[in-house]
Design a protein around this ligand. Structure first.
Ligand code: SF4
Length: 355
């Protein structure tokens, strides 16, 4: 009954989004990956651009990873784009481009996790498997007053058990979308309007007065602060970039040569580092501009970033730092904070690397 009520609510309250009522598993997959960690409003534009540029699994598989990352630029969590690209290649090479059509076969594709497999299997192929994301966790833990933390095995099992029990097996895709939409619009994290909720008489957390406490989590995430100094080095009108490696934020994106320090500080701190001395020796080049400290917040890290614009200089860079023509700079996918800085400096007319 709760499942049917959720669908009743959904049919009257759902937002009109471009991926609604779509059965094509490729489009569903793209939309679901984009919506992880992204607000819907921002996701709509990226979704449209992405499917316009890569309209099917073949075009995505054939694309260069740099092109994919460039299309993703600004969305964050770039591993999503890399995994999609790898999964598209796999589906084209091993499955002749046919999207796996069951939950268990979808899970075999590297980069497709439990939630995405369930979403694609239920929306595109009508398989009765619950898709459990943060919104669903919240709705189910509250409806059934689940006090086990949702990041523990026991908590996950309980949420899955009740999500399966609530499922409307004749319309699994609509049911899954209904719970997610209900979590996004009605059963929200804070300031919940339970008094206007269609399910309040069935809601155990509401009856017990514990809505604000749920869902519980066992781990509190440690936010670490990192200090990044980007060197925008100009040499005969060119600029240097390097590519970020695996195992860290922004894997695969380009950035300016970077020096990371343990503590906050400006140039005085920077020139004492080994990396600076390796690149510049004991000399201090002509620095035409130093930005203020820019704070950039990621989920588990606070980044404190400064940019140093260095003129007419040829530091002792290695092969890792590549020389790029100023007019080609825009072709490279860079983290949003770098893109924002470049745009700001171009608008003020002070940066030389416009093109
Ligand atoms: S009564 Fe409140 S907590 Fe319960 S389902 Fe409705 S909005 Fe969520």
């Amino acid at each position: 009954m709760i499942g049917e009520t959720l669908i009743y609510w959904y049919e009257r309250n759902k937002r009109d989004l471009p991926w609604r009522n779509i059965k094509n598993p490729y489009y569903i997959w793209v939309s679901e990956i984009i919506l992880q960690q992204t607000r819907v409003i921002q996701g709509i534009e990226y979704y449209r651009n992405f499917v316009e540029k890569f309209p099917d699994i073949f075009s995505l598989a054939q694309a260069d990873i740099d092109e994919v990352l460039k299309t993703w630029q600004g969305l964050g969590y770039y591993s999503r784009a890399r995994h999609m690209h790898a999964a598209a290649k796999h589906i084209v090479e091993k499955c002749s481009g046919n999207f796996p059509n069951t939950y268990s076969d979808l899970l075999k594709i590297k980069g497709i996790g439990d939630y995405t497999a369930a979403a694609v299997a239920s929306f595109a192929f009508g398989e009765a498997v619950p898709a459990i994301d943060g919104n669903v966790n919240r709705v189910i833990t509250r409806l059934y007053d689940i006090r086990e933390p949702v990041d523990t095995l026991k908590g996950k099992q309980q949420v899955r058990h009740w999500a399966e029990k609530t499922m409307v097996t004749s319309s699994p895709g609509t049911y899954n979308q209904a719970v997610m939409e209900f979590g996004a619009l009605q059963c929200v994290p804070r300031n919940v309007h339970c008094g206007e909720c269609i399910l309040r008489t069935s809601c155990r957390a509401y009856t017990a007065g514990v809505v604000d406490l749920l869902p519980l989590k066992s781990k509190t995430v440690q936010i670490k602060t990192r200090y990044l100094h980007y060197l925008i080095v100009r040499n005969n009108g060119d600029v240097f970039l390097q590519r970020r490696g695996e195992g860290d934020i922004w894997n695969g994106l380009y950035e300016f040569p970077l020096i990371e320090t343990e503590i906050s500080g400006g140039l005085e701190e920077l020139i004492t580092t080994r990396q600076w001395q390796q690149w510049f020796g004991k000399q201090i080049p002509h620095i035409s501009h130093i930005s203020g400290e820019i704070t950039h917040q990621l989920t588990h890290r606070t980044l404190k970033i400064r940019f140093y614009e260095i003129e007419n200089c040829r530091p002792a860079f290695s092969e890792q730092q590549i020389r790029v023509k100023k007019e080609h700079l825009r072709r490279y996918a860079v983290p949003k904070v770098i893109d924002n800085y470049l745009k700001k400096r171009m608008v003020s007319g002070s940066l030389w690397c416009e093109g």
